[in-house]
Design a protein around this ligand. Structure first.
Ligand SMILES: [Zn+2]
Ligand SMILES: [Zn+2]
Length: 531
């Protein structure tokens, strides 16, 4: 496997002489398997130069794949300038994390709107397919790709690529879940352990290392790692080589040299075999299998391209926050994601809501003696109807409760202080994970009773999903058949919307969609934006 760095700078491009050696372009990595499969990971400003290089090489009928970690500017700004996307005859697949509202295509089209860029997204001459990803695996020809959410104030995927007997992991942008670990000390547990398992025995780990432990206290919640954390992670996960990247835009070349020298000295003192370097723009690595037993291969994951819209249709979040200001803020954040919020005042109410509505997630506050979220979590887990074990519980607290056994039942932590963006991303990730779990395992036994309370078009969605998966098909009711005879026009707005969307979907080209949208808008006097 061949890896080339085209952009190594984090956050913003830094085209200044003092940073020219490690590079000023934002993240873009080119990966090629021995079989010739071309995968580009992130397309920051470095993508412009990679594109020029591909064009200069004169490739005709170029076929490639672009994996986007998230749609923050520094990771997508190269896309409008990536020349191979404009060449007819080329074929590209672009992948990125699935949001809750906007699709990847819509998010990428946003930065190419008239206000920001003269050429819109639908003017790309190449044939382009967009893929919204969740956590899981999929194959790109001979490369096996695994995805996992990172810890960042935007829904972000890490990518693990396996081919030719080697594994390369790309993890930008990511902040350690435990703030203690940012110092390079503490135990790797919980969600940090999950991250370590994702990078396990990689031959090359390309990791966000924007800050140092000394700088971190002023950067808590900014969504980036420290070099000390990456060192600890690399050693723990028995990684062979670590490329530190997403260099801070204020750290010049000499400062990176000094940082690297001190890290290597520390590793030498500990007689560590970890090979650490700072990624340099233009640098090429030819990777051969480096582990005797080969990289630990991830097995048994679900499909990263799972169509989970159906399972997302009626997501709701249970909120157990006593602080009214915080509860309001959470409620706003959750509703902004289009998710229904339910509040409870005591454990009996919480149990009833869990049994009745099967929420995707519970967010609880722990701030003793004012409110004991740990006790509420324990009570929920002891409910005894099956769902209480599947329910994800995010605990909001000033610090993680580390006492042995005390953390039982908490799925994830949100440590104060945190930004709205962080809370929103954490909720988004857990709602998506639950939806994936439902798609994998089928809906609960009492789904029919639960569905009866939902709008008819959502019921249809759910039943169609169950049929498509062939798992536990739900019975079709006679009344429902009567309500949707072929030639009857309904006046129910949500039903109309669903029917029109269903008709438009197979013809999803922007111009056609727009025209049909206008016609429908005129016919129904509804604003076309709603379609
Ligand atoms: Zn970034
Ligand atoms: Zn970012």
């Amino acid at each position: 496997m061949r890896v080339q760095f085209w952009g190594t700078r984090g956050s913003i491009a830094t085209p200044v002489p003092s940073m020219a050696r490690y590079g000023g372009n934002t993240p873009c990595i080119e990966v090629r398997s021995a079989g010739g499969t071309l995968v580009i990971v992130d397309c920051g400003t470095g993508g412009h130069w990679l594109g020029q290089n591909l064009i200069a090489a004169g490739a005709k009928g170029l076929r490639g794949h672009i994996l986007i970690s998230h749609t923050h500017w520094d990771h997508i700004q190269g896309i409008p300038f990536f020349a191979p996307l404009f060449v007819p005859g080329n074929e590209w697949d672009i992948y990125g994390p699935k949001g809750l509202g906007q699709s990847l295509r819509e998010a990428l089209a946003g930065q190419m709107q008239y206000t920001y860029f003269p050429v819109p997204l639908d003017q790309f001459g190449a044939k382009i397919r967009y893929h919204d990803l969740v956590e899981g695996t999929f194959d790109i020809d001979d490369i096996k790709v695994s995805t996992q959410y990172l810890n960042h104030p935007a829904l972000t995927l890490g990518y693990r690529l396996e081919a030719d007997g080697v594994a390369v992991v790309y993890a930008c942008d990511h902040e350690p879940h435990s703030r203690m670990l940012a110092s390079g000390h503490g135990e790797i547990t919980g969600q940090d352990l999950r991250h370590a398992e994702f990078v396990d025995r990689a031959d090359l780990l390309i990791h966000d290392a924007q800050y140092t432990a000394e700088e971190y206290p002023a950067k808590v919640g900014w969504g980036h790692s420290t070099v000390e954390y990456v060192m600890k992670l690399g050693q723990y996960a028995e990684v062979k080589r670590v490329a530190l990247t997403h260099h801070d835009p204020l750290r010049d070349d000499d400062a990176i040299d000094r940082l690297l020298a001190s890290i290597r000295a520390r590793l030498g003192e500990n007689t560590s075999s970890l090979d650490v370097f700072a990624a340099v723009e233009g640098q090429v690595l030819e990777l051969a299998p480096s582990h005797e037993k080969g990289p630990a291969r991830r097995a048994g994951e679900s499909q990263a391209q799972m169509p989970i819209e159906l399972a997302l249709a009626n997501s709701n979040v249970l909120l157990g926050i006593a602080d009214t200001k915080m509860a309001t803020a959470f409620s706003k954040v959750i509703q902004a994601e289009g998710i229904h919020v339910e509040f409870f005042s005591d454990i009996d109410e919480a149990r009833k809501l869990i049994a009745k509505d099967r929420p995707s997630l519970a967010v609880l506050e722990h701030d003793p003696p004012r409110i004991d979220g740990m006790e509420t979590c324990r009570a929920i887990r002891q409910q005894g109807n099956g769902h209480e074990h599947q329910l994800a519980v995010v605990m909001v607290a000033s610090q993680e409760v580390q006492a042995p056994g005390a953390a039982t039942g908490v799925t994830d932590w949100l440590i104060k202080p945190f930004t709205g963006a962080y809370a929103r991303t954490k909720i988004r990730a857990w709602v998506l994970r639950t939806a994936c779990q439902w798609m994998r395992e089928g809906y609960p036994e009492d789904e029919e009773r639960r569905l009866a309370r939902l709008p008819m078009h959502v019921q249809q969605h759910r039943r169609a999903g169950a049929r498509a998966r062939g798992s536990r098909p739900l019975p079709q009711k006679e009344t429902e058949k009567k309500r949707f005879p072929e030639n009857v026009i309904s006046t129910d707005k949500s039903v109309l919307l669903w029917m029109y969307c269903r008709e438009i979907a197979p013809f999803e080209t922007p111009t056609f969609g727009e025209k049909v949208g206008e016609l429908i808008a005129r016919a129904t006097s509804a604003p076309s934006a709603r379609l």
